[in-house]
Design a protein around this ligand. Structure first.
Ligand code: GDP
Ligand code: MN
Length: 361
């Protein structure tokens, strides 16, 4: 097979089923799902799937987030299903909704315009709030303060392979910050000026123009100068404005809360938020996370969970060692991107089940 330096640095934490170590110390972590009351059935399917393939051994809590009060039915359904304890939180209006410095009338006009232009979800005000929330406010929620790690899930997600080790423990042990399963190109119409806005911010940090700015952007909290993975996302140099639109699909994330709570990330989010782009355009949290990671982290801090069988909507990742499964590499720079198993189309699926004592290979 072809030598692949990028992948050699990012091998799976384990390549066969482990006997799940049910007595080992856990990390300070939570599984988190934002959902609406009417999504209870799809949310339940996700929870059943993650319990079956992972959490029945590890018993992490699941924190459910909503911008409205929870239905008692949703609460009782999840309480019966989650093995590590379920928590139900309501996000405050300051964290979910237009920020104070946005002109709401003009924002709504922009949203309507995006709806008319057919921008994906562009006409849905709630979707804009959701993207802004997951881009920044999510990380500073009081409800997550006690945790260092999160695993993000969504309604209508399926897992296929038993995860018989603790991904939080492995992430910590290997000094990883962000883990993903699927990466894919963004719809360009949702974020025409996002890359330019991020790049401008980056240049301000790289070349501080005043003493005050230099003092604010102290190397004590910003990796400075930036180098990192921008080339992963960009075809051209830093003046070329040429992001290839590739981003980690954020409905699955296993990541460090501390990274996203850091001054560097929150300061970037604040800058993006103040430009109004979460409403004048429909910036998604996935490209915001991805570009920030590309700028602020060394590439070896990002981990591709190629061993996790995963589906959301029409996209799948089928691990290579699953019967009928195939991990496809992207055509973009030879990095893992778009992972889809052709076989999924025939309904064969990712059958990499194991009971914790049989090896998967
Ligand atoms: P998609 O995956 O991009 O198609 O977007 P989804 O509709 O799945 O939304 C992403 C996540 O945000 C899911 O977990 C949804 O349940 C959640 N979500 C989206 N809009 C809202 C909303 O208005 N209120 C709440 N509480 N959750 C939302
Ligand atoms: Mn979704």
């Amino acid at each position: 097979s072809v030598h692949h330096p990028a992948r050699d640095l990012d091998v799976p934490f384990h390549t066969s089923c482990q006997e799940p170590d049910i007595t080992a110390p856990r990390e300070s972590a939570a599984i988190v799902m934002l959902a609406r009351n009417h999504e209870v059935e799809k949310a339940l399917r996700t929870v059943i799937s993650i319990e079956k393939h992972f959490n029945r051994w590890f018993h992490y809590p699941i924190v459910f987030l909503n911008d409205e009060e929870w239905d008692p039915e949703f609460i009782s359904t999840m309480n019966e299903t989650v093995s590590g304890g379920a928590k139900f939180e309501v996000v405050s209006p300051e964290e979910w909704g237009f920020p104070s410095y946005i002109n709401e009338d003009r924002a709504r006009q922009a949203i309507n315009r995006q709806g008319q232009q057919g921008v994906l979800y562009g006409g849905l005000e709630s979707y804009h709030h959701m993207c802004r929330f997951y881009s920044g406010k999510f990380y500073t929620l009081k409800a997550l303060k006690e945790y260092k790690w999160y695993w993000r899930i969504e309604p209508d997600v399926e897992f296929y392979c038993a995860l018989t080790y603790d991904p939080f423990v492995e992430m910590a042990k290997h000094e990883k910050v962000y883990g993903f399963t699927v990466a894919l190109p963004k719809e360009p119409a949702t974020c025409p000026s996002l890359f330019r806005t991020v790049a401008d911010w980056k240049e301000q940090q790289d070349y501080p123009t005043t003493e005050l700015w230099k003092a604010m952007v102290s190397p004590s909290w910003l990796p400075w100068p930036f180098r990192k993975m921008m080339s992963w996302f960009s075809h051209r140099d830093r003046h070329g404005d040429g992001w290839n639109l590739c981003h980690y699909w954020s409905n699955f994330e296993i990541a460090s809360l501390d990274f996203f709570r850091s001054n560097a990330y929150q300061y970037l989010f604040e800058h993006l938020d103040r430009t109004g782009g979460f409403y004048s355009e429909r910036w998604g949290d996935a490209p915001v996370h991805s570009l920030a990671l590309g700028m602020l982290l060394d590439s070896h801090k990002v981990h591709h969970f190629e061993d996790i069988g995963y589906r959301h909507d029409w996209y799948y990742q089928c691990p290579a060692n699953a019967p009928g499964g195939q991990l496809l590499q992207s055509e973009v720079l030879g990095e893992p991107a778009f992972t889809v198993a052709e076989e999924m189309k025939d309904g064969i699926g990712c059958r990499c089940e194991c009971d914790g004592s049989r090896t998967r290979n």
